[in-house]
Structure formats: structure tokens, C-alpha cells
Design a binder for this molecule. Sequence first.
Ligand code: SAH
Length: 219
Amino acid sequence: MRRTYEDTYQHKGLRKKLIDELKTKGITDEKVLDAINTIPRHYFLDSAFDKIAYEDRAFEIAAGQTISQPYTVAYQSQLLQIKKSDKVLEIGTGSVYQATVLAELGAWVYTIERQKKLYDLQKEYYFRSKYPNIKFFFGDGFMGLPTYAPFDKIIITAAAPFIPPKLIEQLKVGGLMVIPVDEGESQRMLRITKLGDGSVKEEAFEQFSFVPMLTGKNH
Ligand code: SAH
């Protein structure tokens, strides 16, 4: 169904309820909650999903990929501790919803997608003029974006089989990377801090379930 971009009182009401639900589930970062409350998530989905766009669940988008669950988006955004003007690399553009949350938080977002079909959809990104601080790239996230490195923060929104070494290289000293790493059926959310001597500190959080991070590009 073709989407009309209308943010009604009903949508706003559902979004408010979602925020309460995220708080109940343990999200405390007010800036992250405000960003989620500001962005109409239903704009990132097919119109057929309008009524359920604010349920706390993932949905299928094009190319067999998903828009992450709001809780997951909030959780990863909170762990990243975004400050205004942070340079952030995102692996897995998907629906652009997570990138939009980061942009609303004031970050400069460099987002990479490996599925050409999804990357091409970004050309019609509704918020292009509102968020000129998002830059889109078609490529393989395992390689990162060496030309634009180093980054203050890196977020991986697909299940990584391991921590990609090139991404550690492209992280600033003192920078943070939030990455769900495979443990079979689900992934453990890790936060990596790059230390002065080039080594890393690793913190482990909850289990999540993402679509896999795959190598190479898919034309
Ligand atoms: N951040 C997205 C979540 C999308 S799901 C959102 O907010 O909607 C994960 C995405 O990661 C998929 O679109 C998938 O194609 C992409 N992906 C998987 N492996 C990748 C890789 N190596 N490089 C770039 N993107 C990748």
C-alpha cells in the first residue's frame, strides 16, 4: 500500500504508550525516549502496518530484512551514549529507523547497507531534508568506511559472527562500539571501549535476536 505521511493524534497516542512500555522494560535515557517519541515509526513501514507500527516488535521490510524492535533500538542507542556531533558508523541501514533515531540525537550518521534493494530505497528517504546528518553507503559493513574513519561510535544492527577487526581499527580511542555477537540461536549485546594502548574493554548485556550480518554486497 502506498504510504501517506500523516502523523495523527492516534499515532502520537500510540507512540506515547510505546514510550511508557520502553520505560517499564528498563530504558532510562530521556533523550533516547524523546527521540523515539518524536519520530513517526509508521513512516518506515508499509501503510498496511499503520495500526501495529507502535507495538514493541520487529517487522519485515524489503529483501527479507527487518526493522528492529523499538526496545532494541532504544537499548542500543542508550548504550552508545550519543553526544551532539558524535560521528557514528552504523552497519545495517535497513529501514533507516535506527539511523533516524541517532540523527535526532544530534549524531552525524554514516550508515552502510549491503542489500542494493534496500540501499536504493534510501533515495526516497522521507526525512532527507530534516536529517541531512545521515549519509548513506552501499557496501559491506565488515569493511567499515576507512575513508571517513575514525568514528566516535559504531553500532552494528545485524548479528555479527565475531567482532570485525576493521571496525575496531576505525573506532577512536575512547570510542564505543555496540554489537550483538552470535551465541548460536541468539546474540549477546556487547559494548566495546577502545583503550589508549589499542586494546579493548568488553562489557556484556542482554540477549537479542537479529538477522545475520553477512559478508559482501548483494546487487
Ligand atoms: N538498523 C535497521 C535494522 C535492519 S536489519 C533498522 O533500523 O531498520 C539489519 C540490516 O543489516 C539488514 O538490512 C541487512 O541487509 C544489513 N546487513 C547485514 N549484513 C551487513 C553487512 N555486512 N554490511 C551492511 N549491512 C548489512
